[in-house]
Write a new protein. Structure first.
Length: 281
């Protein structure tokens, strides 16, 4: 379920009887890309690795690379789950038994009402609770100036050395931070920062977007590190609120943020360092 929405995936972990294994599943749920991260991954793959011309071969290559990114997330899910089950969350593995319930005639109306009230509105309510103030923060950062430079500009400048170390830049890191309410707005925030518009921008055509990114110093290494960090970084705000509610623990919620972020930083650092050593761009 995490491929659709990580928050829904966390809620889906309720079906796991073992508290220990349920917690492992919750902590590693965000390792698989949700619908909010797929557009970023697809756009970067198309622009920097297969080209924007289209065609059968480009489509196949894009599909293979996207599948590779998904499989990387799945492999990391299994790896981190194994690590947690042998360290922080040791315990005896539970037996898996699938019991088929007695067949009952489905009540379509009841299913639809419960799905909307218990799940859809429940998740959307949490999203709105964070998205509204977060949207205000983004607007204030982009439009309030200090010494002739916006707060967003000061923040990106401060983060730039660390971003360069990870194969990205300060603008990209700041976009991920401000994209905490929803992963879909990471690319629009990057555009807003590069263009200094003060408002979120539409990506437009991929070719025009690629030209803008290249002008601002992007290479295939930048694109690759951005893809890795998009795969492995802190969960979105809705997922974090859901984790806090499901675990009823600040400790596990913080750990759910720290684990993927630390992994993403390590992978980006290794990739950027290898690229520099090989002289690749």
């Amino acid at each position: 379920m995490g491929f659709g929405c990580n928050a829904a995936g966390v809620v889906g972990c309720r079906i796991i009887d073992s508290p220990r294994e349920r917690l492992i599943a919750i902590l590693t749920n965000s390792f698989v890309p949700c619908n909010g991260r797929f557009p970023t991954l697809i756009a970067l793959i198309t622009m920097f690795f297969v080209g924007t011309a289209g065609g059968l071969w480009q489509g196949m290559a894009s599909s293979l690379l996207l599948t590779g990114a998904i499989l990387l997330g799945v492999v990391m899910t299994f790896g981190i789950s194994h690590l947690l089950s042998n360290t922080l969350l040791k315990g005896i593995p539970s037996a898996y038994a699938l019991e088929l319930p007695p067949y009952r005639r489905p009540r379509v109306g009841q299913i639809l009402v419960r799905s909307v009230l218990d799940r859809t509105l429940f998740v959307l309510g949490r999203a709105v609770a964070v998205a509204a103030p977060a949207g205000l923060v983004i607007w204030l950062c982009a439009n309030i100036t200090v010494g002739g430079t916006s707060i967003l500009g000061w923040c990106t400048g401060f983060l730039d050395p660390f971003g360069r170390l990870l194969g990205m830049d300060g603008t990209i890191l700041m976009a991920f931070i401000l994209g905490f309410p929803a992963n879909e707005i990471v690319i629009p925030i990057i555009l807003m920062s590069y263009l200094s518009t003060g408002t979120l921008q539409d990506t437009g055509s991929l070719e025009a977007l690629r030209e803008l990114l290249v002008v601002n110093g992007w290479t295939w290494t930048t694109a690759l590190c951005t893809m890795l960090f998009s795969l492995f970084h802190w969960p979105c705000s809705t997922t974090c609120l859901t984790i806090a509610r499901e675990t009823r623990s600040v400790r596990w919620t913080v750990l759910a943020v720290v684990i993927p972020t630390a992994l993403g930083i390590c992978l980006c650092l290794l990739t950027a360092t290898a690229s520099r050593m090989l002289g690749a761009v």
